[in-house]
Design a protein around this ligand. Structure first.
Ligand code: HEC
Ligand code: HEC
Length: 323
């Protein structure tokens, strides 16, 4: 009994002394409500995300104790660096929509708020109601109007040209990207490994992988991806049909990431290229356009700069799962 008492006294003393040490508290500045968002959306984000994604931090006393504060402040600084809602007003409406959409995905995947944070701040975890509120709000930012029949037949023609390969008969017919990368017409025949529906900006995408990349996916050797792997992403404008269904509309663009760790060492080991519109115009005035690609893909640096998590379908399961 006595011994236990002594241990507690020593522990308390050590913890007490520790409070003279510790990291500097992150900068604090109040943040206005995010313009353009309804009150209920503002309060969800303020309540669950501001501590790590804005300068308006409201930490509990126990967050500030050494040694917990080392971890907490590190989350605050890293989180703020990745996404800072204090800078909301300086963003274009498209960028704001993109952030909200990306945030919703992080929430749905259970990645945000961080699990370790939810454990000690249970009220920060989003309720199903709160998630539905965010979804409903995002849908109002991009209302869907049904298309005219002329537009529908135009788009159908375009899609059949895409399928048949008429859209780009050969790579000679399409100018190379300003960084010298040549168009790869065959991507349409590759395996589709994922799809995404960006309802925030009204586009639908298919992510394709060439044989080398598909093999790497099967073997789960995709971090890093092997040389020779190519990922393509084709995007269409969404088209709302009179019956309420959504289908692909105008062809928007196709992008490639081509793995060659030596040739493309200066651009994160990937060759980047994009062609816009159904006439496949190379994107970017000069080779400097690549910085646009790499800076937006940079948050995925620990995932070899790739966003897509390939869908593992039955036929894709690696052998060791067959038992
Ligand atoms: C305890 C701190 C913490 C809380 C609370 C938190 N986040 Fe994060 N968040 C982080 C950290 C740290 C990162 C950076 C992760 C990394 O660098 O890998 C991050 C990254 C993100 C990213 C990715 C940004 C990028 O460019 O990669 C999004 C989006 C995001 N958070 C959204 C949210 C939303 C929405 C909420 C509230 C529902 C939230 N987070 C709550 C700490 C937090
Ligand atoms: C505004 C941010 C942003 C910019 C700029 C950007 N990308 Fe992406 N890219 C994404 C996101 C997010 C995905 C994930 C798929 C999706 O949601 O469409 C993606 C996916 C891809 C993919 C499929 C593989 C993967 O990482 O998932 C390719 C290929 C690709 N991008 C190429 C490019 C090229 C080439 C450029 C530059 C011309 C570029 N991207 C610029 C955000 C961006």
């Amino acid at each position: 009994m006595k011994k236990a008492g002594l241990v507690i006294v020593i522990l308390a003393t050590v913890l007490g002394l520790l409070q003279f040490f510790g990291p500097e508290e992150p900068e604090y500045a109040p943040v206005n409500d995010l313009a353009g968002l309804p009150g209920e959306v503002n309060s969800i984000i303020r309540n669950s995300c501001f501590n790590c994604h804005s300068t308006q931090i409201n930490l509990r006393w126990y967050d500030k104790l050494t040694p917990a504060n080392y971890l907490v402040y590190d989350h605050v600084l890293k989180g703020r660096k990745a996404l800072d809602f204090s800078k909301w007003d300086s963003l274009t409406p498209q960028a704001q929509n993109g952030i909200l959409y990306y945030s919703l995905n992080k929430i749905l995947e259970g990645e945000m708020p961080l699990a370790s944070y939810n454990a000690v701040h249970p009220d920060a975890k989003l309720t199903d109601n709160a998630i539905q509120t965010l979804k409903n709000f995002l849908l109002t930012r991009t209302p869907r109007k049904s298309a005219e029949s002329a537009q529908i037949s135009n788009v159908n023609q375009q899609f059949s040209n895409f399928i048949s390969g008429k859209m780009a008969l050969s790579k000679q017919a399409v100018q190379p990207s300003p960084n010298g990368i040549e168009y790869i017409p065959d991507y349409r025949k590759w395996k589709a490994v994922s799809i995404s529906d960006r309802f925030d900006n009204g586009t639908m995408r298919i992510i394709y992988a060439n044989d080398v990349a598909v093999k790497a996916i099967k073997e789960r050797k995709i971090n890093p991806w092997p040389d020779g792997a190519i990922l393509a992403k084709a995007a269409w404008k969404e088209q709302a049909n009179a019956d309420g269904s959504i289908s692909t509309g105008q062809f928007w663009q196709v992008e490639f990431m081509i793995r060659d760790s030596r040739k493309y060492a200066s651009t994160k080991g990937w060759g980047w290229a994009r062609w816009r519109g159904s006439d496949l115009k190379p994107y970017g005035g000069t080779a400097a356009f690549i910085t646009e690609c790499t800076s937006c893909h940079k948050p995925m640096k620990d995932n070899d700069y790739v966003f897509t998590k390939p869908l593992y379908l039955m036929g894709h399961l690696p052998n060791n799962n067959k038992k």
